[in-house]
Write a protein that binds this ligand. Structure first.
Ligand code: ZN
Ligand code: ZN
Length: 239
């Protein structure tokens, strides 16, 4: 963790993973080479997202300004930024976090996300992971967004509130849907707890943003329930 953002809980969490790595040397989550969770070669080819970006959804914009999607869809009610582009080794790594229970790998990426959020200068007082649907939660046994969200909440001394947002219906997997179908699939699929989110400035956390339809639907539910405003940060972003 960043020195300025360390807390006793985070310090212990990091040390725990350092001990596990000593006992059971890890392989790189990007390329599989033994030695570290994330090797220098994979780090080098990862494309970190930098300005100029769409001010709303964080898509790279060569000449600045708002992207077509954000222009065409009217006022979107969130600000999204992501750490890096979803491709190559980072894509493999996210796959490992999601499907191979690689919790140590998630811990490895949190420090980059904390640094990225710090750069934005956002002030928020509650961190919420994007919820999984019940079926997938049962299959997987954990929500990968929570693995990223709770250390972020701890680092910024914000409330971690995984129960503040829930899915009120199961949606089908978004992976094979186009942008319009994704929007329809998740529209109205979330509900937020008014008691928990009222007057809060929220940071939503997820592993991946694709068309932003999920972030959009979460944000709508949070604002409807009385949240003041919504920021979102994801580990990766498809282009
Ligand atoms: Zn590697
Ligand atoms: Zn945009």
């Amino acid at each position: 963790m960043e020195a300025g953002r360390s807390t006793p809980v985070l310090f212990c969490y990091r040390k725990l993973w350092q001990c596990i790595d000593l006992l059971y040397p890890p392989a790189c989550g990007g390329c599989g080479i033994p030695g570290s969770r994330w090797c220098d070669d994979c780090a080098k080819v990862t494309k970190i997202l930098k300005e100029p970006l769409c001010p709303v959804c964080g898509l790279p914009m060569e000449n600045g300004g708002t992207c077509n999607d954000c222009n065409n869809l009217g006022a979107r009610n969130f600000t999204l930024r992501s750490w890096a582009v979803y491709e190559g080794p980072l894509r493999n790594a996210i796959h490992r976090i999601k499907y191979n229970h690689d919790i140590g790998l998630a811990e490895n990426f949190v420090k980059y996300m904390i640094r990225g959020i710090e750069t934005q200068g956002w002030k928020f007082d509650m961190v919420i992971p994007v919820p999984l649907n019940d079926k997938r939660m049962k299959e997987r046994g954990y929500n990968q967004a929570s693995l990223l969200a709770w250390p972020i909440a701890s680092a910024f001394r914000s409330k971690f509130s995984p129960k503040a947002l829930s899915r009120n219906r199961n949606t089908i997997s978004q992976t094979k849907l186009d942008a319009e179908s994704r929007r329809k699939n998740v529209k109205g699929a979330f509900q937020a707890d008014h008691q928990l989110v009222q007057d809060r400035i929220i940071l939503l956390v997820d592993d991946l943003a694709t068309t932003c339809s999920t972030i959009d639907a979460c944000s709508e539910a949070l604002l409807l329930a009385g949240a003041k405003s919504v920021y979102a940060y994801t580990l990766a972003r498809t282009l």
